[in-house]
Design a protein around this ligand. Structure first.
Ligand code: FAD
Length: 344
């Protein structure tokens, strides 16, 4: 049986709102675990526009999407949050009372949590992989067809086929090539939308025949009981070739879907979670919604709004977690107590 992880606060989503919530909760001595379906922190900033400059973060005349994420990660280091990447929060079940809330949370990887408060910082919803139009692929998903790598060992000594020409396709080609029995990369063009150093490394593998590069697309898969045996690749010359394959990884980009948030018993308005503007709490005591996922009169989907919401929600979370402790308002500039927590 999987062990249940106990935490004060569970944060769903490691976008800018979720990351800054770690900071605001940490100042109030509230420990946090953070879960994201993506393999890294940063939400939309890292996933959709890592190199674009943002001009409206207070105090930062210019910072890129990745730069902001890196700064937030640096800022929350003193609070040592535990991240659970590549996991989607599936269920959220209240187990406490309105005065003393408590929640059981499970992810699609089977991880179980017990939390006193939950911060839903799920942005536009979970990023989910775009699926290729291959008949019958559903029966193989999470057994031999994967859209993300959870355990590299699953690929050791296997014939691996990766489809795509972006960063994810190239990163995993380079990472899995040394342990796979064979690695075939399939892409419709011989140009790649990936970091130049990855493209160079890939070209070297192709030239040395360590990676078998095919121009074309996967049109069919063959196997039984969820285990692949081969895939059919239709070349750009329209010729079909059957290639041995135990593992297939299509990287066709990501879309944002509200996903399981819709099943947690929260009030929804046009796929957003209504909250009050005093504490950014949902209709369920102890569940807060901050950042792009929430809605209230005058809401703006701006990063700076998510930061403000995190600060106010943390104050109310403190009342649930430490009902007997008085909360004193303090500045980081002048409070030695806060500075001690920050290690400065
Ligand atoms: P997100 O950044 O969307 O992060 C939410 C995270 O939650 C995601 O990583 C997602 O995978 C995860 N998640 C969701 N559901 C689950 C689940 N069930 N389980 C696990 N994880 C889950 N804003 C500005 O203020 N200034 C700008 O200049 C600006 N420019 C932008 C440019 C572009 C191209 C785009 C697309 C947006 C821009 N924005 C800008 C908007 C800004 O990026 C968002 O407001 C911000 O990212 C919202 O932060 P968030 O933390 O609420 O959500």
């Amino acid at each position: 049986m999987t062990e249940t992880i106990e935490t004060d606060a569970l944060i769903v989503g490691a976008g800018p709102a979720g990351l800054f919530a770690v900071f605001e909760l940490g100042l109030l001595d509230i420990r946090a675990h953070v879960i994201d379906i993506l393999p890294r922190a940063g939400g939309q900033c890292s996933e959709l526009y890592p190199e674009k400059p943002i001009y409206d973060i207070p105090g930062h005349p210019l910072v890129t999407g990745q730069g902001l994420t890196d700064n937030l990660l640096e800022q929350i280091k003193p609070f040592n949050p535990t991240f659970h990447f590549n996991e989607m929060v599936e269920t959220l079940t209240p187990t406490g009372t309105p005065e003393q809330p408590s929640f059981e949370v499970t992810t699609d990887a089977g991880t179980k949590f017990k939390a006193k408060v939950v911060f839903v910082a799920a942005g536009g919803g979970s990023f989910q992989p775009k699926k290729p139009p291959i008949a019958g692929i559903d029966a193989y998903e999470n057994k031999s067809v994967f859209y993300a790598v959870r355990r590299m060992e699953d690929f050791r000594d296997r014939d691996v086929v990766i489809v795509g020409g972006g960063d994810s396709a190239l990163d995993w080609t380079l990472n899995l090539q040394p342990i796979a029995k064979s690695l075939t990369l399939v892409h419709r063009r011989d140009q790649f939308r990936a970091a130049p150093h990855s493209v160079n490394a890939l070209q070297e593998h192709i030239a040395a025949k360590r990676v078998d590069f095919r121009l074309g697309q996967v049109t069919a898969i063959e196997g039984a009981d969820g285990e692949l045996s081969s895939v059919t690749i239709r070349g750009n010359d329209n010729v079909d070739t059957v290639v041995s394959a135990h593992r297939l990884m299509p990287f066709f980009g990501l879309t944002m879907k509200l996903g399981p948030v819709a099943d947690w018993g929260l009030n929804l308005h046009e796929n957003l979670v209504p909250v009050d503007t005093e504490k950014f709490e949902t209709n369920h005591p102890g569940i807060f919604a901050i950042g792009d996922i929430n809605t209230y009169p005058g809401k703006l989907k701006l990063i700076l709004c998510g930061f403000h919401e995190a600060a106010l929600a943390a104050q109310k979370a403190h009342r649930y977690i430490f009902p007997d402790k008085k909360l004193l308002f303090q500045y980081t500039t002048s409070s030695t107590n806060l500075q001690k927590k920050l290690g400065v």
